[in-house]
Each structure stands twice: as C-alpha cells, then as structure tokens.
Design a protein around this ligand. Sequence first.
Ligand code: OAD
Length: 254
Amino acid sequence: MFVVSLISALKSARHIAVLTGAGISAESGIPTFRDAQTGLWENFDVATLASPQGFLSDKDLVWGWYEWRRMQVLKTQSNPAHYALARLAEQVEHFTLITQNIDDLHERAGSRDVVHLHGSLHLPRCFSCGMPYMFPERISQEPADGRRLPPPRCRHCNGYIRPGVVWFGEPLPEAEWMHAELAMKACDVFLSIGTSSMVWPAAQLPIDAAHRGAVVVQINPDKTSLNALARYNLEGKAGEILPRLVESVVKAKM
Ligand code: OAD
C-alpha cells in the first residue's frame, strides 16, 4: 500500500520526470556498478575500462569487455519495472524518461524518446572522426568475460571504433543533458529509480528538482544520499514496487 498523498501527487502531475540507473536493470540480470561483490566496478578496473586513456592503452581489452557486456544485454529482457514506466507514460500529459543505463531495456519495454545520458552500448563510433559504426547483423565473435577483441576500423578514416558510452572525464552528450535539465525544471514529480546517486551531473537532477519544489520519489532497496531530500523513499526492488505503484495511479485516474 502507498500513502494517499503519493498517489495523489502522481495522479495530478502534468509532467513526470524519471531518472533510472543500473538498479532498474538488475532484475533483468545485468550487474550494477557499485553493489558489493556483484558490482562491475568491484571486479573490473574502472580506470582502464571507462576512460579514453584506458581505451588508447589497451584497445582490445576495452573493446572486448564492452562487446561481452553488449552480448549479455542482448540475452536479457526488460523486466516489470521497465514495463511499468512505459505504462506510466500513458497516464500523464508530459513524461520524460532519463536513464544513465547504456542498455536498451526501456525501449524494448515500449518507452519512447528515452534520454540516454551516458550513451549506449548499441551506438559505437570512430574514436578519431566520430563516424557512427553499424554492427554486423550476425554476431561472429562472442568474447568471454574479459577476453580481448580488436575493435573494428572506421570505414571513413580507418580510425578505431570505440564503444558509444560516456567515459569518466568526458562530457555528457549536450542535447541529452539539455533535455534532462528542461524536464527537471518543468516536472512536478521526479522519480529516481535504481541509482546510487553517486555519479554527477546525473545525481544533481533530483536534488535540483526538489529545490524547485517538485515531489521527489526514490525507489531503491538501499539508502542513498538522496534519502534526506526525497519526499518519499520506497525501499525495495523496482520490479516489485513500480508495477504496484503504477497500477494504483491507473486505478486512481479511473
Ligand atoms: P550503481 O551501481 O552505482 O547503483 C545501483 C543502485 O541500484 C544502487 O543504489 C542499488 O541499491 C540499486 N539497486 C540494486 N538493485 C535494485 C533493484 N532491484 N531495484 C532498484 N534499485 C536497485 O549504478 P548507477 O547509479 O546507475 O556510468 O551508476 C551511475 C553510473 O556509474 C553508471 O551510469 C556508470 C557508472 O560508472 C558510466 O559508465 C558513465
């Protein structure tokens, strides 16, 4: 059961903005970054795998690692939390879904115009000239966990193809960030789901939304720095809480 005031805020909202993180895809089987033991950054070297310098120093290692992750994602499916957000979008006049995730599980659940703040595993490009690269339809090589794989070369300039994700030290894609900021300013409810709220500038969005008067709702089994600011902290798994929450909003609107 949810408190009446939460359902009423969602029911009467004109614009709902949502920020998702790795936790929303955890129930699909994709590891998060910072969870103890299972988190990717517990088991792999972030400096090598998530920086332009790391790519330049060992391209085969970095390309192979992201290809391994892309293969993992291709084998997974959207979970009830992704579907619930697609359903929530239909209940409100304006809905903006911002994600830090580089998978496509929101889109596969039916969400449209997803704002990918940290890029996508599915949109690689040339390291040198930025030309987008199209993956071949058939997957010929599936690198096992950590196996080296040489990156393809750019058809335009023969540069190395790099993963289409934002690495540490790189700016966020400008259009996506502007879109996210506009939504943060315009929304009356902001949902922060499955993110540790530790990576900036994404973590700033719910904080600024709260300061501007939006109702901030957090869904996470663990506490984060956002707990102090969020009006509602729903402690638990997104795949269990979100479908029930959205069902309550749908019923309240009938
Ligand atoms: P983190 O791994 O930092 O945090 C995942 C959060 O999800 C944690 O707070 C968990 O408690 C929570 N969580 C775990 N299971 C959950 C579930 N079933 N339902 C809801 N929440 C759950 O991941 P992010 O916050 O997304 O950046 O990390 C932000 C960025 O750091 C990532 O986009 C990535 C990483 O470095 C780049 O690669 C640029």
